[in-house]
Design a protein around this ligand. Structure first.
Ligand code: C2E
Ligand code: CA
Ligand code: CA
Length: 859
């Protein structure tokens, strides 16, 4: 991309800016360091040179001073030694008075010239005149002066002819002393005659005392000129060694003048500080340069990263990116453009954007400058285009103007294709609102429709019909889910055929449909007729995969009047009505009424109470005795359940058995009764039989036979003492299954009785096939025994029928002695009824049995 070249241009030719800065700055720093080091070296060298020169100069002066001192000494002795008077008075003969007292060679030599010793040594090296520190003293020169003066004397004598003196250094009391010697000669005095023989020698001794050295030093700018104080002082410079006559030496020392030192002590620190300051400044400059370079590098790197990121995003994004010039002609299209639209970017680059995208706004300029868009710049501009394959597509543009304060350079932005999104949204909406299988509106749709309808100003009433299929689970289980699905689809078509356009049919749940009738129906009559037709249409056989499938339905109906019911109330009311419709026998539909609601609530309350009662000892058994008709012998008892309800008192089976049957609670309840009956029968004083009622649902429960066997085993009751009562209705639903269960129960050794005979629809063929032992005549027939309209004949026919089928016959509901005697006359085997005994408690029964036993014994 062109921009990338720009970034490359930013990069230095030799790599990163940091590297460049480092390479440039390092030699500079090195040069700077070199300059300062050189300056320091030159400074030190100059200082040292100056110091050296000063030292050499001082050495020269020291030597010079000594030399001048010697010269002066020689000059001074010349004035005395080559003098005729001195020759006369100190050589020819010794005249102390002339020499010392008259001061010709006297104390002035000490006082004015500072010569500590003045000696005259006669031939034979005898000291003939000695003045020490201006005092005449009879001292041998050799005693006062350390070192052998013989050589000096000989040299002085040797030079007598040309009147020259000789100087040597000796020691006096450990101090250096310049000793000058000259032979005494007549000099230029013609009056004095030279005596033969060797001459006497005059010696002046100039002891270099510290004060003399100091003042000598001052004359020659030698500070503190001295004899080296000790070894340490002797080791220092500058110094001048003075050999002595006895081949030892003295070392003269003076404090050096160091003109270079101030140079070092002043200039070097200045140079150092300057170096430090310049170094610090350079370091700062360098650091700044490095930081700038690093920033440059970083920004270059981030520009590269940013460009790569842009490329990645442009490729990864589902949007395509675009840019136009100020005239809105495409000048950039991202790679995704071709993938999404199918068009080649080459074809469109340079062409106006409006040729490709159609939108409502006049132009991009007016869109971008619209105040509303300015306030919310991410607002997409909806537009459409035609893809390369010719499909009309929709997309959303987000637009930005590329501008500087003065000019507009173009526009750029993103384009998001929303065609698929919109299609998906429509599909999702369809799925959200409609049932996938039948295509009918679903529960959500129904609720929305109902809400809108209830809120509307429409004044007419609406009705909700909840159609619930029966045995549909059986269809699924027996024929498979796909058959079930086909039945549902076919059924939805059938149901739709009954509805008007303003009505709505929805699939509410798996096997529940709801019809919404929107006003205009002629109240209940119309709905009743519709329900009848709907049930009929459901019950019409379905042909699926060459099979006939039958189902049925129940309908719960709720009608609302404006403002009275909310949506959920209406749907709930229809459900309550359906609940009732499912439990009622005479009609397959039911209209909701508040009374039904109340009843159902009560039932539900009772149901939950009963559930609690079973496991909390609220149930108990009463026993109603059965007697042999012929001798009124108590042959057995029928176990009848009672419920000691905490609030309602003792409840009879009529109050809760149906409920238990409908709710399924009959299974645990029946199990409890069977177990208790067997257990309690074991405590009876007499081994009479106990008869237990089995409800239809209980009878159909798989595992019943095993349960009975278990209870017998647990309680220890012999099977022969147990009788089970079932009603005719049990045979209707599954005749073959019922027969099998009956046979299995009988095989355990249990007796089976047909209860309430005559109230159901027993056919003779059933009676014939089913192995009942006992036939119990329903009490309604017993009650009509004394009825003039053939009540007796009916009972008699039943007794005969029972006997004909080898069954024992028991009459229920015997309430009078007449009925009892008629039954006895007919040959009815057993009787049961209030006339003989009401159902009684366990204690009462025990008492009765004990009594009966006693009576028998007594008779
Ligand atoms: P059912 O099996 O026909 O029981 C006999 C019912 O008739 C008992 O009512 C009893 O009290 C009543 N009865 C007996 N003699 C007379 C009489 O002379 N005149 C009149 N009017 N009635 C008499 P109960 O105990 O209220 O039981 C009602 C029904 O409840 C029973 O009718 C039975 O179908 C059912 N039932 C009772 N206990 C159980 C049980 O443990 N399991 C099942 N599944 N059903 C039971
Ligand atoms: Ca019974
Ligand atoms: Ca009965």
């Amino acid at each position: 991309m062109a921009d990338l070249n720009l970034f490359n241009a930013l990069k230095t030719p030799c790599g990163s800016s940091t590297g460049f800065a480092r390479r440039t700055m390092m030699p500079f720093a090195a040069l700077l360091l070199l300059v300062f080091t050189l300056a320091a070296v030159i400074l030190v060298k100059t200082a040292h040179d100056q110091n050296d020169q000063a030292r050499d100069r001082s050495l020269f002066f020291a030597e010079k001073a000594l030399k001048i001192r010697q010269d002066k000494l020689q000059q001074s002795i010349g004035d005395y030694a080559f003098w005729g008077d001195a020759y006369q008075n100190l050589h020819v003969h010794i005249d102390l008075e002339w020499a010392y007292t008259r001061g010709n060679v006297g104390a002035t030599l000490f006082e004015n010239f500072g010569y500590e010793g003045v000696f005259v040594v006669a031939p034979g090296n005898r000291t003939v005149y000695a003045m020490i520190d201006g005092q005449l003293q009879p001292t041998e020169i050799q005693q006062w002066l350390q070192g052998d003066v013989t050589e000096l004397l000989e040299e002085a004598k040797a030079r007598a002819a040309d009147e020259q003196s000789v100087v040597k250094v000796f020691q006096v009391a450990g101090r250096p002393a310049l000793v000058v010697a000259a032979s005494l000669t007549p000099g230029t005095d013609p009056s004095v005659r030279k005596v033969p023989g060797p001459p006497s020698v005059l010696l002046f001794v100039d002891v270099l005392r510290p004060d003399k050295l100091l003042s000598l030093g001052q004359d020659y700018a030698l500070t503190q000129l001295r004899v080296a104080r000790d070894e340490e002082d002797a080791a220092l410079e500058p110094s001048l060694s003075i050999p002595t006559a006895d081949e030892s030496s003295f070392l003269l020392r003076w404090d050096p003048v160091r003109p270079g030192s101030p140079l070092l002590t002043f200039l070097l620190p200045v140079l150092g500080i300057a170096g430090l300051i310049i170094g610090a400044l350079s370091w700062l400059v360098m650091r700044h340069a490095m930081a700038t370079a690093r920033l440059l590098d970083d920004s270059y790197a981030s520009l590269v990263v940013s460009e790569a990121r842009f490329q990645d995003i442009a490729q990864a994004s589902s949007d395509w990116l675009w840019e136009t010039d100020a005239e809105q002609r495409f000048r950039y299209l991202s790679g995704r453009f071709e993938e999404i639209t199918g068009h080649s970017p080459e074809v469109w680059l340079g062409r106006p954007l409006s040729d490709f995208l159609k939108f409502e706004s006049d132009s991009l300029a007016s869109w971008v400058t619209d105040p509303k868009i300015k306030a919310s710049p991410y607002t997409p501009l909806p537009c459409s285009y035609q893809s390369a394959s010719g499909k009309y597509c929709l997309c959303n543009l987000v637009v930005r103007a590329i501008s500087s304060p003065a000019d507009l350079h173009g526009y750029r932005g993103t384009a998001r294709d929303i065609t698929a999104e919109l299609e998906n949204r429509a599909r999702i909406q369809q799925l959200q609102q409609y049932d996938a299988l039948t295509g009918l509106p679903n529960r959500k749709h129904l609720q929305e429709r109902l809400e809108t309808r209830i809120k509307s100003e429409h004044n007419s009433s609406i009705a909700v019909l909840n159609i619930s299929l029966e045995q549909f689970k059986h269809v699924n289980d027996s024929f498979g889910l796909s058959v079930g699905d086909q039945v549902l689809v076919e059924l939805s078509h059938r149901l739709e055929g009954f509805l008007r356009t303003e009505d709505l049919l929805a699939r509410h749940a798996g096997d529940e449909f709801i019809v919404l009738l929107d006003g205009g129906f002629a109240l209940n009559e119309y709905i009743e007729g519709l329900c009848s037709r709907l049930i009929e249409c459901v019950e019409r056989p379905f042909w699926v995969v060459h099979q006939q499938v039958f189902i049925s339905a129940r309908i719960g109906i709720a009608i609302s009047h404006k403002d009275k019911d909310a949506t959920h109330d209406l749907l709930r009311s229809a459900e309550i009505a359906l609940y009732r419709a499912r439990r009622q026998i005479k009609s397959k539909w039911c209209f909701f009424t508040p009374e039904i609601d109340r009843q159902i609530s009560e039932e539900k309350q009772l149901e939950s109470d009963l559930y609690f009662a079973i496991s909390n000892d609220q149930l108990c058994l009463h026993f109603q005795p059965r007697y042999r008709t012929s001798d009124r012998h108590l042959s057995g008892v029928e176990a009848l359940v009672r419920w000691q309800h905490p609030q309602r008192g003792l409840l009879s089976p009529g109050d809760f058995i149906v409920l238990a049957e409908q709710s399924g609670l009959i299974i645990p309840l029946g199990g409890w009764v069977l177990r208790q009956a067997c257990i309690q029968a074991m405590s009876f004083p007499e081994p009479i039989f106990v008869s237990v009622n089995l409800s239809p649902k209980q009878f159909r429960t798989p595992g019943l036979v095993a349960q009975v066997q278990n209870i017998l085993d647990e309680s220890g009751l012999p099977a022969a003492r147990l009788e089970l009562e079932i009603t005719e209705s049990m045979m209707f639903e599954d005749a073959e299954g019922a027969l099998a269960t009956l046979n299995e129960l009988k095989a355990l050794g249990i007796r089976m009785s047909m209860d309430d005979f005559g109230t159901g629809y027993s056919s003779l063929s059933y009676l014939h096939r089913y192995p009942f032992d006992i036939l119990k005549i329903d009490r309604s027939f017993t009650a009509r025994l004394d009825d003039a309209e053939g009540g007796l004949a009916v009972v008699l026919a039943i007794v005969w029928l029972g006997h004909a089928l080898s069954m024992q016959v028991t009459a229920e509901g015997v309430e009078s002695e007449e009925q009892l005697s008629l039954l006895n006359d007919m040959g009815c085997d057993e009787v049961q009824g209030f006339h003989l005994s009401r159902p009684i408690s366990m204690e009462q029964l025990c008492a009765l049995l004990t009594q009966a036993h006693t009576n028998t014994i007594e008779t």
